[in-house]
Write a protein that binds this ligand. Structure first.
Ligand code: ADP
Ligand code: ASP
Ligand code: MG
Length: 408
């Protein structure tokens, strides 16, 4: 019997009625002859609400306790979905991440899955049950509960699909698939029928939260086809898979990603010597803070400025780590600048093709949008701009690169 993994996001499980509707979809897949493993997120805004509660009782809640607290959100939805399926006459069992064999490292709040032990899930499937797994969580080697970072239920789903050698992994959400840009920001955005792992990975790591970027990374590693579709209705959605070699590479931008709440931190006047960057960034890595765009100015008279960006929620911790280290190696001061955002254009067709960067910069300048920092990969160009202009930037670039005109 073929096996599929389905994942339902928080907005698709927001209340009892929606849980019942998801239960009916799952029951239908079972009736169609599939073995079904379902991964669920927490209901509606549960995760945000739990974070707020934690900060009401402690200004600096411990990461360990936060992870235990946040993991309860997915426990609630998994048990309720199992009950809803029971009500439809289906045999279902809910499992926590730990029970489902999701083993992670000890990086609380952003743990990475190290391995999946599928024995319990397989045993339940063998008994004819539908298995409902609480997403976004796992267990570290020291037996503590961990969470996988915001949006991490997608990653649970792909990891399970790979481990169980599922036919595919279906991510059900509140939009019809992956679009050329966030359809809530760009109403003209068009849904893509398919997209390769590489392009999707760049889009999601730069803010397209329709799928967790680590989920795309795992899907590529195990060559697992992922379908992103609406939990409401039967539209085919978007297939994320290995891109076929195309003879004529379509020379165009495939999508635009935006991410708000970016903070730029600059160590001013650091001595330009070997090892300085390592000294500054190593403690951030140890604290599990992800550092993004990094720019080092040309040095003048032996000193330079080193800037990098972090997510706003990491600002205070990043500064408390970087400031003493930077001052210790002779920096003049550390400054941070909030209310920034990232805007990225992505497309494999941009490789080795001149003109994309110039067109992006020209488009932003015509909007009067100042570019603060620039970074690139082979298939992506990212600009840091001010947060209050990032949506204008997204719409202008979407038009400039003709993404509203459909695929050639
Ligand atoms: P879920 O709760 O189902 O995991 P998310 O809120 O995490 O859902 O992700 C879905 C949201 O991602 C959409 O509502 C949409 O606003 C946003 N999004 C951002 N970029 C894109 C994109 N390129 N295509 C589709 N949706 C996108
Ligand atoms: N509930 C978690 C979050 O809100 C995980 C997820 O939705 O994937 O980030
Ligand atoms: Mg999500």
């Amino acid at each position: 019997m073929a096996l599929i993994v389905q994942k339902y996001g928080g907005s698709s499980l927001a209340d009892g009625e929606k849980l019942n509707s998801v239960a009916r979809r799952v029951a239908r897949a079972r009736a169609d002859g599939y073995q079904v493993v379902v991964v669920v997120s927490a209901m509606g805004n549960t995760t945000d609400d739990l974070i707020k509660l934690a900060y009401q009782v402690n200004d600096h809640p411990s990461d360990r306790e936060l992870d235990v607290l946040l993991s309860t959100g997915e426990m609630v939805s998994s048990t309720l979905l199992a009950m809803a399926l029971g009500n439809l006459g289906c045999q279902a069992v809910s499992l926590s991440g730990a029970q489902a064999g999701i083993r992670t490292d000890a990086g609380y709040r952003r743990a990475r899955i190290l391995s999946v032990d599928p024995r319990r899930v397989l045993a339940e499937l063998d008994k004819g049950k539908i298995v409902i797994v609480a997403g976004f969580q796992g267990i570290a080697t020291d037996k503590d509960i961990t969470t996988l970072g915001r949006g991490g239920s997608d990653t649970t789903a792909v990891a399970l699909a790979a481990s169980l050698q599922a036919e595919n992994c279906q991510i059900y959400t509140d939009v019809a698939g992956v679009y050329t840009a966030d359809p809530r920001v760009v109403p003209e955005a068009l849904q893509l029928k398919r997209i390769g792992y590489e392009e999707m990975q760049e889009l999601s790591s730069q803010g397209a939260k329709v799928i967790h970027s680590r989920a795309v990374e795992l899907a590529e590693l195990y060559n697992m086809p992922v379908i992103v579709a609406s939990s409401d209705g039967d539209s085919p959605g978007t297939l994320i898979s290995k891109e076929e070699a195309v003879m004529e590479v379509t020379n165009r931008v495939r999508g635009i990603a935006r991410e708000a709440k970016v903070v730029k931190i600059t160590a001013v006047g650091v001595p330009d010597q070997p090892g300085i960057a390592a000294t500054i960034f190593e403690p951030l890595v140890k604290a599990n803070i992800s550092v993004d765009t990094i720019v080092q100015n040309t040095s003048i008279e032996g000193v330079t400025d080193l800037s990098f960006t972090v997510e706003q929620e990491d600002e205070a911790q990043a500064i408390s780590i970087v400031e003493p280290v930077a001052m210790g190696i002779g920096a003049k001061r550390c400054i941070s600048e909030a209310h920034l955002a990232k805007i990225s254009i992505v497309g494999t067709g941009m490789q080795n093709t001149p003109g994309f960067a110039a067109k992006m910069f020209r488009t932003l300048s015509e909007q009067g949008i100042n570019i603060r920092m620039i970074t690139t990969s082979e298939i992506r160009i990212t600009c840091i701009v001010s947060e209050n202009r990032v949506d204008d930037a997204t719409r202008a670039l979407h038009k400039a690169f003709a993404l509203d005109r459909g695929e050639p």
